[in-house]
Ligand binder design. Sequence first.
Ligand SMILES: [Fe+2]
Length: 422
Amino acid sequence: MEFLGSCDNGLRYGIGILILGVAIMTTTVTSKYNVGGICLDRPFKIRRLGHFGFNVSDLEAGKRFYFDLLGFFITEPAGAGFFARHAGDHHSFALFDKKKFNERQYAGHNVKHFRPENDINQITWQVQSVTEMAEASKYFRDLGVDIMREGRAGGGGSQFHLYVWAPDEQIFELYYGIEQISWNGYARPVPMRHGTPNPPTEPQLPDYELVRADIEKGINVLDGYRWVNPLPLKYSVDGVRLPQPFKITRVGPVNLFVDDYDTAMRWYQQIAGFTLTEEVEWQGERCAYLRCDNEHHSLALFPKAWRGKLGLSDKTSNMSFGLQLANYQQLRAAVTFLRENGVRVETNIIPPELHPGIDYAAYAFDPDGHCLELYYYMEQVGWDGRPRPKELRQKVDPNNWPEILEALSDTYTGEPFIGPWA
Ligand SMILES: [Fe+2]
């Protein structure tokens, strides 16, 4: 994109409207923004997937699948569902009752955003400062994007957040500063959350100062929720005893089926700032793999017509939600464990050319038919932005997984898991 002028915050050069949707404009942004002294095309930079969630028709069955079998750890109940985590973030996964969520979410003026096949609870990305959040609120407002919620979360996580409607009415959130669950496993007590519906307009007190003042008021920090996991610790997992023979170490990528590929591509690249890593053509149509960091893809877009071609559920606009496990050995153990527990797991339902950047992948299906992409390796993209040439990738026979693999140049690289596994 051509550099058009000085790098002030704000829309300096206006917006070229290409397509007017029902409520969302697809635009070419020609402004520049100063983000921490760096000139960017938007006033924030998405750094990673923070959390994601599903709304399910049977919450009890969902709990068994996501918490008992996959090993997400409940942080606390959340009205119509649960916030859960795999690491220190207050939540990396949300599981909600679909009926209750829809009644609440699509009430009032939001009813126009309802689509029966949208059962993703949220797709949520981290930015790196309060200022990025404040400026993001203005940015989306100026673009005419419908804002669902902003300010600071009072319902759990205490992050500064901004929810907007992305293409196909997907619930897209940006946040800064989600609560970290520490060694003692207690969530932040409700009266200490400092939720507000208003975006920040002035510098915020740091959390340690808010916490100090709350403790002085007499609030007990141990009044927060702490889950007791009832499951037996049956497996030795690389030296730790866990209820499952594997550990989720990262969430994502989020793979979406989209109504209009070009509209979605424009929005996620130009409005949200994702970088295209590669497109793949399959059966005469294209799909796209986009990133926000060094991983080959954090988000992928697929035409909806592929749901049937791939034999995936036509009841959801989600293609798959990725879960990275600690290593290949654990991935193999997960396939066996999930199958033993009655879960449908396929290794050959998605052809390897449709998961570039990931070598061995297993696809597990939740009780609602959502597809979970289990993997252990994600190709890392360096400074020149070029993915590994196809011929240099691991050769994968989806029907015949070897016991041990040769290392690649980027095996066990990328953002590491921080802290103990559990
Ligand atoms: Fe969220």
